[in-house]
Design a protein around this ligand. Structure first.
Ligand code: SF4
Ligand code: SF4
Length: 172
């Protein structure tokens, strides 16, 4: 009797699986046209980092090193410097004179983003980081910092500023 029960439950499982298969067969096919068309990523996708600016265009990073301390891959390198009356880069006392992320090591865990007290570092949607030259995978601050437009204030945040000398990232 137990054997007959097993046969019925197996048949039911197969019928259920085939039902899903046939239902999917009737759905319209979805084809990603990447790289001919921009790739669509989830809104919370963790891509290449972006260093944000505040509403006055100043850098949000205050060189507190918390992101570097939180990074399990030890791939963030920062050199801090003091703002002066003549030259101000951030709203606080210090700013990051040098801010590098080594994408040879980064595992896109997001710990740096979580650790940042000023929301200065965020994940963008850039994912086209592959390179034959590993030295190009060390991104500098100038590549990650939201660019100031020539006129007016910058947008409050930006998901993918262009790396210096790089092709535009294919993101939406
Ligand atoms: S995403 Fe993770 S591994 Fe990459 S820089 Fe941030 S903390 Fe380090
Ligand atoms: S990105 Fe954030 S956590 Fe990292 S040094 Fe700058 S302010 Fe501190």
């Amino acid at each position: 009797m137990a054997k007959i029960g097993e046969v019925f439950s197996s048949a039911a499982a197969i019928a259920k699986g085939m039902g899903i298969t046939f239902r999917e067969m009737l759905q319209p096919a979805i084809t990603e046209e990447y790289p001919d068309a921009p790739a669509e990523v989830a809104p919370r996708y963790r891509g290449a980092h972006v260093l944000q600016r505040d509403e006055n265009g100043l850098e949000k990073c205050v060189a507190c090193f918390l992101c570097a301390a939180a990074c399990p891959a030890n791939c963030i390198y920062i050199e801090a410097a003091e703002n002066t009356e003549q030259q101000r880069f951030s709203a606080a006392e210090r700013y990051a004179k040098v801010y590098n992320i080594d994408y040879n090591r980064c595992i896109f865990c997001g710990f740096c983003v979580e650790a940042c007290p000023t929301d200065a570092i965020t994940h963008g949607h850039g994912f086209e980081l592959a390179s034959y030259n590993t030295s190009t995978l060390i991104y500098r601050k100038e590549q990650m910092l939201v660019h100031l437009p020539e006129s007016g204030n910058p947008p409050p945040s930006q998901s993918n500023p262009l790396p210096v000398g790089a092709e535009p990232l294919r993101t939406r």
